[in-house]
Design a binder for this molecule. Structure first.
Ligand SMILES: [Zn+2]
Ligand SMILES: [Zn+2]
Length: 159
C-alpha cells in the first residue's frame, strides 16, 4: 500500500501509516474532545478504517459513552506515553479518526471545518473562510446543519 501520511505517539512505540489522504480534517471544540486531549480543541482527521495501518506497538482502548448519541467512542492511546493517537466510533464502524498532532508533518493536512464551536473555550479564534458549525455537521438523524463562514477571524466565544 502507498504511504501518504505517517506518524506516531510521543514516545514512538506506536507508529501508523495512511494509504490515502484523510476524507476530512476538522477541529472539534466539544467538551469530550477538550478533555480527552487536555487542551482547547481536538484537530483530527477521518479515514476509512482500512486506510490506516499500525505497527505492533501496544495501543490501549478506553470506552466512553457519548452524551449526545449514547453510542460508544473508543479512545486509542499509547500506554507508555499516554498520547491519544485517535478514535473509533460505535456509530461509524467503517471510519477512524487520527489525531492531527500525531502526524510527523501535521501541516500535511488542512483543517477544513470547525465543529461544536458553541462550546469553544475563551480565547479560541475561528479562522476566516472555512465552515464553522455550532454543533455537529449533522443532527443525529442525519439532517445536515447549516455552516457559517466568517469573513474575518473571530473569537469563538466573547471573552
Ligand atoms: Zn507512546
Ligand atoms: Zn469533539
Amino acid at each position: 500500500m502507498p504511504v501518504v501520511l505517517e506518524g506516531g505517539c510521543l514516545c514512538g512505540k506506536v507508529r501508523f501509516t495512511a494509504s490515502q489522504p484523510p476524507l476530512r480534517t476538522f477541529a472539534c471544540h466539544c467538551t469530550f474532545c477538550q478533555r480527552v486531549t487536555g487542551t482547547s480543541f481536538f484537530a483530527e482527521s477521518i479515514f476509512p478504517m482500512d486506510a490506516v495501518r499500525f505497527n505492533d506497538g501496544e495501543l490501549k482502548r478506553y470506552e466512553h459513552v457519548s452524551e449526545g448519541s449514547q453510542k460508544k467512542v473508543f479512545v486509542h492511546f499509547c500506554p507508555s506515553c499516554g498520547t491519544t493517537v485517535g478514535l473509533t466510533f460505535e456509530r461509524w464502524p467503517d471510519l477512524r479518526a487520527i489525531s492531527r498532532g500525531c502526524y510527523d508533518d501535521p501541516n500535511a493536512v488542512e483543517v477544513t471545518s470547525h465543529i461544536w464551536t458553541e462550546s469553544a473555550q475563551t480565547g479560541v479564534v475561528l479562522p476566516a473562510g472555512i465552515e464553522c458549525f455550532a454543533r455537529a455537521r449533522a443532527q443525529l438523524g442525519g439532517q445536515a446543519e447549516p455552516a457559517t463562514k466568517h469573513a474575518m477571524p473571530v473569537l469563538a466565544r466573547p471573552a
